[in-house]
Design a protein around this ligand. Structure first.
Ligand code: FES
Length: 328
């Protein structure tokens, strides 16, 4: 008789980015507002098409080179830390264990219902609202689908798991809506307003100031910190967001935006075309995509963002998919 766990994993392995997008859209109302965009960003940062291109390749190093991948693009190397920017990450060890156990049972109900069931179970165990568990549980299923059960069921490594967040989820959502005060007559000023960009909400000191005239990557340059030690793609003196061209040509600076879209300048047609070229739009191609090229953004208020851990030209994979679909 077929192993139910294997059947379930084979079902997970067949899901495409479009399938995951559908599940995540269905789950959105059940996810706490603090993590609604973060979950969409996670699935954009770790697309199935990239993981399949690497795992199905005879020479993954050559494939990585062909796709011009830089940074930390392998999810298997960061199973316990890839979702640090989700508030629900504090429950990762428990969620991971529950999802691994669930996978061995090979349940056959719709996946979004399974995600809700596991989230409910863990919420009871950790005594937290289910809404804080749904997003991180979806991420755990997404991780399992890409890295396989043998890697996924390893106990969570020692880590900070949300211990650095010092605010409630409601406070974080409220903070995202606030802007820096512009002083007594600030409302009269239409230029040179000053705002704050936060690039790691869960860690104190991970923010910089910018004026409404500057693009987000330019403003980050002024701040002294060894960003290169944190991310080898960051060049000395260039700030926390990796950049190469600053003209929407290289795709290095892609980020996920946690703030409301009204806080930043909207993407122009060139930026949207480049998303498709780089292949970043795949999961979040919707009109309200949280994915942006930081070098093309100006702030209209305080902005909270997440820096993508890698960059590359995975738009080439979409071309391959289209050709395969046309040939079938
Ligand atoms: S730095 Fe090259 S696209 Fe933004």
């Amino acid at each position: 008789m077929a192993d139910p766990g294997n059947q379930f994993l084979s079902y997970l392995g067949k899901l495409s980015d479009a399938d995951w997008a559908k599940f995540v859209a269905e789950l959105q109302p059940a996810i706490h507002p603090v993590d609604q965009k973060a979950v969409r960003i996670w699935f954009a940062f770790f697309p199935v098409k990239l993981s399949k291109a690497l795992s199905q390749s005879d020479d993954s190093e050559a494939t990585a080179k062909k796709l011009i991948l830089k940074g930390r693009y392998r999810l298997a190397d960061q199973v316990d830390s890839s979702a640090e920017f989700l508030y629900g990450h504090r429950y990762w060890p428990q969620v991971k264990q529950a999802v691994a156990l669930h996978a061995e049972g090979g349940v056959q109900t719709p996946l979004d219902a399974q995600i809700r069931d596991v989230a409910r179970k863990v919420a009871g165990e950790v005594n937290a609202p289910v809404s804080l568990l749904v997003g991180i549980t979806a991420v755990a299923f997404g991780t399992l689908a890409q890295v396989g059960l043998d890697v996924f069921r390893q106990p969570a490594a020692a880590g900070r798991y949300g211990s650095m967040w010092k605010k409630s989820p409601e406070q974080i959502v409220a903070d995202r809506a606030k802007d820096d005060s512009q002083g007594l007559f600030g409302f009269l000023r239409s230029v040179n307003k000053t705002f704050t960009v936060t690039y790691r909400e869960y860690e104190a000191g991970c923010s910089f100031k910018l004026t409404s005239q500057q693009d987000v990557t330019m403003a980050g340059r002024k701040y002294e910190r060894d960003y290169h030690a944190e991310d080898a793609r960051c060049m000395p003196g260039e700030g926390p967001i990796p950049v190469e061209c600053r003209s929407a040509s290289c795709g290095t600076c892609w980020v996920g935006i946690l703030s409301e879209a009204s806080k930043i300048s909207p993407p122009n047609q060139r930026e949207k075309d480049r998303w498709r070229y780089f292949g970043y739009e795949g999961f979040t191609g919707e009109a309200d995509s949280p994915i942006r090229l930081a070098c093309q953004m100006k702030a209209h208020g305080n902005v909270s963002l997440v820096i993508a851990p890698w960059n590359g030209m995975i738009g080439k994979l979409d071309e391959k998919e289209k050709a395969a679909a046309a040939a079938s």
